[in-house]
Design a protein around this ligand. Structure first.
Ligand code: HEM
Length: 421
């Protein structure tokens, strides 16, 4: 399945072709953790759609926003999100699918790519503080807008004309602003202004990103009045698109695995850990961006002896690093849901490291615990477990279609069928 991967040639992409490209797990970890390197990616979108957002900041202002945001992702908050948003959203999607016309053999056809977006959008919206998604048509429009905004945020990796990609993304951002963002802000502002006027504690109201920005504790978000829109839309992209892409790849890898190991399919139900470990190993082989990029703020020499000049940018290639046999075993280049790993997280560098490491990891993996053995399903596993319970299989007549517009590892369509709905 990886042979058809649209990102196979990402190393030659103009975005990183001229940079030193690190593939060593240790070197990458050292760069991610070093204070002498700062965010160096998003050369195009960082000037417009993502300007001054969390991802682009470094140093004390970045730490201040991260501290505020951390409250969104503690284990209690994650459990609440799972119960109140994820599980109902997945059940609603399955009910909608069950109401679709059936094929002659009784199965129900669907597109996995669209379906995972529908399942995940409510979780991302709830964390961001976006309302108005109860009606399926509104939800579908929201999903389309976020996907279009994502192509603008990741324009550095686009295979198309950056100006055309950005124009379409800006149109989607504008529609999102009018339809969803402004009404959600107005609603929260009224609640917060009231509480302020009554002298109440505002902390309990800060349970989504928009409310956090409005409360603006310690001035973490101040200045530019357009910043909240950029911060919230960028957050929505990170909160939905990476998990959606990872979930599609997990199902494709599992279905490949079951072809060679048909006896393992029963483990989905028989062993709750099976899907979790499969998700972690699939994440190890997945990247949220083809490469992460950092810029040296001063001349620096790594423990390996490799040096960088002040201002030099470096590309961090997580995929080859996550295939290090010394850490992940002799078959590290292959997907293996039974993999044992001792000296690294099961998902390797999938969530990055250091100051910019992914704050959403507990939602995806189930908890803050780095060992992955937590007995709880994160988003990827909750959704895939429900799909398999409904008898998911790939459509044998219609193979998956890669998204060839980007260096990201994305699929445009993955036809599936449900046989137990
Ligand atoms: C499979 C799913 C995901 C993967 C593989 C992933 C991966 C990553 C990685 C590698 C970074 C670091 C970027 C860098 O170093 O430049 C990151 C940052 C980030 N992620 Fe995730 N992520 C996922 C899901 C999520 C979710 C569900 C959320 C929110 C609910 C989220 C929110 C963020 C944010 C806000 C940042 C920026 C952090 C910063 O720059 O300080 N991510 N993610």
């Amino acid at each position: 399945m990886n042979k058809a991967s649209p990102q196979a040639d990402y190393r030659e992409s103009a975005t990183i072709a001229d940079m030193v490209q690190l593939v060593s797990y240790d070197e990458i970890t050292e760069v991610l953790r070093s204070r002498k390197f700062v965010q160096g990616a998003y050369a195009i979108s960082g000037k417009h759609m993502m300007r001054d957002t969390l991802t682009l900041l470094d140093g004390p202002p970045h730490m201040q926003r991260r501290r505020v945001l951390a409250h969104l992702f503690d284990d209690a908050a994650m459990a609440g999100v799972r119960e109140r948003h994820l599980i109902p959203a997945v059940e609603q999607c399955m009910a909608e699918i069950a109401a679709q016309p059936r094929a002659a053999d009784g199965s129900i056809p669907a597109d996995l790519v669209l379906l995972v977006q529908r399942c995940l959008h409510r979780v991302a919206a709830a964390l961001a503080g976006i309302d108005g998604l109860d009606n399926p048509a509104d939800a579908d429009r929201f999903v389309e807008q976020v996907r279009a905004i994502a192509t603008g945020a990741t324009v550095d990796w686009s295979r198309g004309d950056p100006q055309i990609v950005q124009r379409a993304a800006m149109q989607a951002l504008d529609a999102f602003r009018r339809e969803f963002f402004e009404p959600s802000v107005a609603h929260r502002k009224a609640v917060i202004d009231n509480a302020r006027a009554r002298g109440e504690d505002l902390k309990p109201l800060s349970n989504d990103l928009i409310s956090m920005i409005l409360v603006n504790e310690g001035g973490a978000w101040q200045g530019d009045p357009e910043l909240p829109l950029r911060e919230v839309s960028t957050f929505l992209v990170g909160a939905s698109q990476t998990t959606a892409a990872s979930l599609v790849l997990l199902i494709l890898r599992l279905e490949d695995w079951f072809k060679a190991h048909p006896e393992d399919r029963k483990l989905i139900e028989a062993d709750p850990e099976f899907l979790r470990r499969a998700a972690f190993d699939s994440l190890r082989m997945t990247v949220a961006s083809p490469a992460r990029i950092r810029r040296a703020t001063e001349d620096v020499t790594l423990s390996s002896g490799r040096s960088f000049k002040a201002g030099e940018r470096v590309a961090l290639l997580f995929i080859p690093a996550n295939m290090n046999p010394a850490l992940f075993g002799h078959d590290a280049a292959e997907f293996n849901p039974h993999r044992q790993v001792k000296d690294a997280p099961l998902w390797g560098l999938a969530f990055g490291g250091g100051a910019h490491s992914c704050p959403g990891r507990p939602l995806v993996t189930g908890s803050r615990n780095m060992s992955g053995t937590i007995g709880v399903d994160g988003t990827m596993v909750s959704v895939s477990r429900r799909f398999y319970a409904a008898g998911l299989s790939l459509d044998p007549r219609r193979p998956p279609v890669c998204d060839t517009t980007t260096h990201y590892d994305l699929y445009a369509e993955v036809p599936i069928r449900f046989t137990r709905l």
